[in-house]
Design a protein. Structure first.
Ligand SMILES: NC(=O)c1ccc[n+]([C@@H]2O[C@H](COP(=O)([O-])OP(=O)(O)OC[C@H]3O[C@@H](n4cnc5c(N)ncnc54)[C@H](O)[C@@H]3O)[C@@H](O)[C@H]2O)c1
Ligand SMILES: [Zn+2]
Ligand SMILES: [Zn+2]
Length: 372
């Protein structure tokens, strides 16, 4: 089918998104076509444009946070039907590999291919200007239709509004899971969340779920500080020094139990202040993407080892999509997870560069592209 998509022809050069005609092939074996209701604007797509995540191929159709309705099923699709409401998961889960069967489907072997620029079978499903187009995360939600592998498609109940459900494809589980699973949070913890974007605000929600006693949000943008308090932070401040002082007072000098890093771009110098405010035996969770070639980190290694701290990386908030996407829908339905308030502004696909500019300025918890 012919439709419109937002592409990068020169990833890594800050050239912005080109909204133009694309052609999407019908679904092949174990694939479905999904008509999207909405796509979230996640910082990871910005990283394709600014080169934090370099791509050795082009063009790329961006977008990896979407939800919609199945309109067509390819051969050998037994578990989805036309009309099903689905969330697209930015990481696929095959359900068979060692990681999947041991409850770590966020690290499914298929995930290794999400930035390879081709569908799982090594071919292209999207074309533009007579070239094969690679899709972000096998998806490419910056177009009204997505031809997706079934391993990245999770069926949800029809009463969940699809524009809200779109955010459950990346930002919500990544942030919420960073607290609930990655940080292994405990009732009564004192928690610091650094960076309140679409991911960090959900780390705040996850900390609330786990019964954290104190939740301190750090973000330089006053709007983000205010939103963090609305979503359950007990305190919000603009920098590490202010947070360290609060932690000191709240914990009688012991330090925070958990510090979760969800800033837009991770740099080595953000790590030592996080470890310095973490208590003995505490956990520092790193969720943010760093520039891929970044190697420089200054850290007080003696203190790190001798105080038994843990530095925990987390992909997709260490969630299992087939368990956690329906769970997050249920938490939303029963009023225990806020999704509506995550969407600060909506955009048309044509205005996608404005949406990214607004994200960079800190104007949105999440910007969302709405389709017809
Ligand atoms: N690990 C994963 O699986 C995964 C999944 C999705 C996104 N990510 C990454 O998570 C990060 C956050 O994504 P997002 O969509 O929430 O981004 P975002 O741009 O919506 O939010 C980032 C926030 O960090 C704040 N910030 C920047 N520098 C800061 C600092 N020094 N101290 C405190 N706050 C600071 C910004 O003001 C902004 O509010 C990105 O790096 C993204 O690529 C990782
Ligand atoms: Zn994302
Ligand atoms: Zn797998």
């Amino acid at each position: 089918m012919k439709t419109t998509g937002a592409l990068l022809w020169e990833p890594g050069t800050n050239s912005g998104w080109s909204v133009e005609e694309i052609e999407i092939d019908p679904p092949e074996r174990r694939e479905v076509m999904v008509k999207l209701a909405a796509s979230g604007i996640c910082h990871s797509d910005q990283h394709l444009d600014d080169g934090v995540i370099p791509l050795p191929w082009a063009p790329v159709l961006g977008g990896h946070e979407g939800a919609g309705v199945v309109t067509e099923v390819g051969p050998e699709v037994h578990d989805l039907e036309v009309g099903d409401h689905v969330v697209l998961s930015f990481l696929p889960s095959c359900g068979k590999c060692r990681m999947c069967v041991s409850g770590r489907s966020n690290m499914c072997e298929l995930g290794a291919g999400v930035l390879a620029g081709v569908a799982p079978d090594g071919t292209h499903r999207v074309h533009a200007r007579d070239k094969g187009v690679g899709c972000m995360s096998f998806l490419g939600t910056f177009a009204p239709y997505v031809c997706a592998p079934v391993d990245a498609v999770v069926k949800i109940d029809e009463d969940i509004p699809l524009d809200k459900a779109a955010l459950i494809g990346c930002g919500v589980p990544t942030g919420w899971g960073s607290s609930v699973y990655g940080a292994d949070m405990q009732l009564g913890d004192t928690v610091v969340v650094v960076g309140i974007g679409g991911v960090g605000i959900n780390a705040v929600q996850g900390a609330r779920h786990k019964g954290a006693k104190n939740i301190i949000a750090i973000d330089p943008v006053p709007f983000k500080q205010q939103k963090a308090r609305e979503f359950g932070a007990t305190h919000s401040v603009s920098n590490y020094d202010q947070a360290a002082e609060l932690v000191q007072q709240m914990t009688n000098g012991q330090g925070a139990d958990r510090v979760i890093l969800t800033v837009g771009v991770m740099h080595g110098d953000l790590l030592e202040p996080a470890q310095a405010m973490t208590r003995r035996g505490g956990v520092i969770v790193m969720t943010s993407a760093a520039p891929v070639l970044q190697r420089d980190v200054q850290i007080d290694l003696f203190t790190f080892a001798m105080s038994g701290k843990r530095l925990q990386g987390t992909l997709y908030g260490s969630t299992n999509s087939r368990n956690d996407i329906p769970l997050l829908c249920e938490l939303y339905r029963t009023g225990r997870l806020e999704l509506d308030g995550l969407i600060t502004r909506t955009y048309r696909l044509e205005d996608i560069n404005q949406a990214f500019a607004d994200m960079q300025k800190g104007l949105n918890l999440r910007g969302v592209i709405m389709y017809d």
